[in-house]
Design a binder for this molecule. Structure first.
Ligand SMILES: *[C@@H]1O[C@H](CO)[C@@H](O)[C@H](O)[C@H]1NC(C)=O
Ligand SMILES: *[C@@H]1O[C@H](CO)[C@@H](O)[C@H](O)[C@H]1NC(C)=O
Ligand SMILES: *[C@@H]1O[C@H](CO)[C@@H](O)[C@H](O)[C@H]1NC(C)=O
Ligand SMILES: *[C@@H]1O[C@H](CO)[C@@H](O)[C@H](O)[C@H]1NC(C)=O
Ligand SMILES: *[C@@H]1O[C@H](CO)[C@@H](O)[C@H](O)[C@H]1NC(C)=O
Length: 341
C-alpha cells in the first residue's frame, strides 16, 4: 500500500514534469537557440489542408516516372528507403496518389493542431541545422502538407493544385543571435530583419502566416498580391490570403537534423529519427496530369493555367547551403527592415 502510493506519487511527479522533458529528450543536442527562436505558424481559418504526416504520405502514394509506376521500388516504401528511388529516375520520380484526389481522401487534409499547437500523431516538420562555421548557423524549418489548393483566378479559374507541399522558414543566426528570417512563397519568398518580425504571444518566436490553400509563408496577416518580379503564373497564384487562424507549433512534432554542406550529409539528432528520405531527389506529389486526364483542365490550353501542376521536390532541393539569406535564383536578395505583405 505504502510503496504503491509512493510509486504513484513518484509516477505522477515524473509525468506532470514530462510534457516538457519528453519533447526535449529527442532534441537535446539541437542548439537551444534553434528551439527558442523557432517560428510559430498561424494556419488560415478557411484552409481545408492542414500539415500532414511526412511518413503517412508515403503510404498513400506510389512512385511513378512518366506516369508509369516504378517496378523496382522497395515495398513498402518508407522514410528509411525512399532515396533508393534516386537510381530509378531521380528527379523524374513522382510520388503519385493512389487515390483519385477529387474523391477527397482523408489523408490529403492533414491533421488539425490541438490546443497546445501540436499536430498529434503526425510529424509534419523537419528542422535542418547547417552550421557554416565562425558562429554562422542557418536553421531551416520545413513544413509539410499533403495537398496544395492553388487558388482561384478571376473568380472562377482554379489553377495550380498539387499533391504534396513543402514550404519553409530559414533563420540565420550569428553566435546564437537570430539576424534574418526567410519566408518561402511560391518560386521565391521574402527575407526580413529578425528584429522587425511579429513575435508570438510575448515570446521571442516569430510568427509565420501560412496562406490559405497554398501554404506560402508570410510575415503578416492580410492579402498578399504577387508583384513582379515574384509573380509566377506557372504557380497559378495571383493573391494569397493569411489570417490569425489555428496556431501550429511545428517544433512539437518534428524531425531534427544537422546538415554538413561539404559532405552533403544529414545527421539526425535523435537515434530513432529516419534520415534516408532527405536524400530523395524526386517529387512529393503527382506529375502534372496530362490534358487527356479527366481531372485536368487547362484554361485556353495554356500550360501555366492548368488546374493541376507538378508536386514539389523536397528539402534537399531548397538550397540548404546558401550564401545569402535568400536562395540564389537570380532575383536580388532584399533584407527588408520593415514588415509588409
Ligand atoms: C481557402 O482554401 C480552401 C481550400 O483549402 C478553398 O476551398 C477556399 O475557397 C479558400 N478560401 C478563400 C477565402 O480563399
Ligand atoms: C524499405 O523499408 C521497409 C521498412 O523500413 C523495409 O521493410 C523494407 O525492407 C525496405 N526495403 C528496402 C528495399 O530497403
Ligand atoms: C540517392 O540516394 C543514395 C542513398 O540511397 C545516395 O547515396 C545517392 O547519392 C543519391 N543519389 C544522388 C544522385 O544524389
Ligand atoms: C500567452 O502567454 C500567456 C502568458 O505566458 C499565457 O498565460 C497564455 O496561455 C498564452 N496564450 C497562448 C494562446 O499561448
Ligand atoms: C563535414 O564533412 C567533411 C567532409 O566529409 C568532414 O571533413 C567534416 O569533419 C564534417 N564536419 C562535421 C562538423 O562533421
Amino acid at each position: 500500500m505504502f510503496y504503491g502510493g509512493l510509486l504513484s506519487l513518484f509516477t505522477f511527479v515524473a509525468l506532470s514534469d514530462c510534457a516538457r522533458c519528453k519533447k526535449r529528450q529527442d532534441v537535446e543536442d539541437v542548439p537551444s537557440y534553434v528551439m527558442d527562436y523557432a517560428p510559430v505558424v498561424h494556419l488560415h481559418t478557411a484552409d481545408a489542408y492542414r500539415p500532414a504526416s511526412i511518413e503517412q504520405h508515403l503510404e498513400h502514394t506510389q512512385p511513378e516516372v512518366d506516369y508509369v509506376s516504378v517496378s523496382e521500388a522497395p515495398s513498402p516504401l518508407t522514410l528509411e528507403n525512399l532515396s533508393s528511388l534516386n537510381d530509378s529516375g531521380g528527379e523524374n520520380v513522382y510520388l503519385t496518389s493512389t487515390d483519385n484526389v477529387e474523391d477527397h481522401p482523408d489523408w490529403l487534409f492533414g491533421v488539425e493542431p490541438d490546443n497546445s499547437g501540436k499536430i498529434e500523431g503526425a510529424v509534419s516538420c523537419a528542422v535542418i541545422v547547417n552550421d557554416k562555421g565562425n558562429g554562422l548557423v542557418d536553421a531551416f524549418y520545413m513544413y509539410f502538407y499533403s495537398f496544395d489548393f492553388g487558388g482561384v483566378y478571376l473568380d472562377f479559374l482554379n489553377v495550380g493544385n498539387h499533391v504534396g507541399d513543402w514550404e519553409h522558414n530559414m533563420i540565420r543566426f550569428q553566435d546564437g543571435v537570430p539576424k534574418y528570417i526567410w519566408y518561402s512563397q511560391h518560386s521565391n519568398g521574402e527575407a526580413f530583419d529578425f528584429d522587425v518580425t511579429e513575435k508570438y504571444n510575448g515570446t521571442e518566436r516569430p510568427i509565420a502566416y501560412s496562406a490559405n490553400g497554398t501554404h506560402a509563408v508570410y510575415a503578416i496577416d492580410g492579402d498578399h498580391a504577387h508583384a513582379i518580379p515574384n509573380l509566377n503564373l506557372d504557380n497559378g497564384i495571383v493573391e494569397d490570403h493569411t489570417d490569425k487562424g489555428p496556431v501550429w507549433d511545428p517544433t512539437l512534432s518534428a524531425y531534427y537534423y544537422s546538415y554538413n554542406a561539404s559532405s552533403e550529409t544529414f545527421t539526425a539528432y535523435g537515434n530513432s529519427t529516419p534520415v534516408d528520405w532527405l536524400y530523395f531527389k524526386g517529387h512529393w506529389g503527382d506529375e502534372q496530369y496530362r490534358d487527356s486526364n479527366d481531372l485536368q483542365e487547362c484554361f485556353l490550353d495554356i500550360d501555366g493555367l492548368c488546374k493541376y501542376t507538378n508536386g514539389p521536390t523536397g528539402p534537399i532541393d531548397k538550397q540548404l547551403d546558401r550564401k545569402e539569406v535568400c536562395p540564389d535564383n537570380g532575383i536580388p536578395c532584399i533584407l527588408r527592415k520593415e514588415l509588409g505583405p
